[in-house]
Design a protein around this ligand. Structure first.
Ligand code: MN
Length: 313
């Protein structure tokens, strides 16, 4: 165990995580913030958020997040981010700080003066929970809800292959601390705006299956957000619908960005390693779930992914 909680300084602390934070980045960062608050240690929380926090994560204490952080911090705590570039606008603040502490579960984080990492952990909230346990810090319902959110989202509701007995042990302890599993799950997975459901039917209609590669691909264009009057932040769930296709082992969802580049989300069902495929585009993540950004065309992206799959199988 590390000294994450032994060496807290009441100097200036920033808590952050990857750009467009997901349930794990927000859950771990906000849990840490709540713990520092309970210890009377001052800190700011901020992320580079290109859009809004998705409404399916608004059960988290997102009002604690500052829109604009200060220019300088002595300590920067980074959650769920293996690469400083993925901090977006906050990268400079982190790199100019005296000390960067990275708490993460990505493979080989490339930065951080102190690293609290386990690439085998299912979520960053799991890594953080071990620290909380070893430091004997009491957690209340709000902290438990933050930690549970990261655990639920990064394990796909306790279904992905990263779900092991420790995940359930932690979930069990979080329930004892008051975590509201049902209402959190309902907000994350059971509360999709009607317009986003309608967009989903279009995205499902667009699915192409490449039988040789056991790959399914679909896409979302910028014009879809206008046509369906929906914020792009409300469409993170679409990849989970595409990966349901029985005939596929790998799912790829391409989302056109405002600058016409594409963001790709990859999911794999079996032993195939989509992290390696994402890395071909300069992206990363985990074996079963990864992402990337690219200026290539949709056709070029599909061909590159198909070639990568063919070389793995
Ligand atoms: Mn994560």
């Amino acid at each position: 165990m590390s000294d994450l909680f032994k060496d807290l300084k009441n100097s200036s602390n920033l808590i952050t995580g990857h750009i467009n934070p997901d349930g794990d980045a927000l859950g771990s960062a906000l849990a840490f913030k709540l713990i520092l608050d309970s210890k009377g240690v001052e800190s700011d929380v901020s992320f580079d958020m290109k859009g809004n926090v998705p409404s399916n994560l608004n059960h988290l204490p997102i009002d604690l997040i500052l829109d604009s952080p200060k220019k300088n911090y002595e300590n920067v705590y980074v959650f769920d981010c293996g690469n400083s570039e993925r901090l977006g606008d906050l990268e400079e603040i982190a790199l100019n700080s005296a000390r960067v502490i990275v708490v993460d579960h990505h493979i080989n984080p490339s930065f951080g003066d102190i690293q609290v990492i386990d690439s085998n952990a299912a979520s960053t909230t799991q890594v953080l929970f071990r620290e909380i346990l070893s430091a004997k810090i009491a957690i209340d319902k709000n902290i438990a809800n933050c930690l549970m959110t990261g655990l639920i989202t990064d394990t796909g509701r306790f279904q992905y292959s990263n779900t092991d007995n420790e995940v359930f042990e932690i979930a069990s302890k979080l329930m004892l601390s008051g975590a509201e599993l049902t209402s959190i799950s309902d907000n994350i997975y059971g509360s999709i705006p009607l317009n986003a459901i309608k967009l989903q039917s279009e995205v499902l209609n667009r699915i192409e299956l490449y039988e040789d590669e056991e790959l399914v691909v679909s896409y979302v264009l910028q014009e879809d957000y206008q046509n369906y009057n929906i914020d792009s932040s409300e469409t993170d769930f679409l990849i989970d619908s595409i990966r349901l296709v029985k005939e596929s082992n790998i799912a790829l969802l391409l989302k056109e960005q405002q600058d016409k580049s594409f963001k790709g989300s990859l999911r794999s069902r079996n032993e195939l390693d989509v992290q390696q495929i994402a890395a071909l585009f300069g992206g990363g993540g985990h074996k079963a779930a990864s992402g990337f950004s690219t200026n290539l065309s949709m056709e070029e992206i599909k061909n590159k992914v198909k070639n990568a799959i063919n070389s793995q199988i």
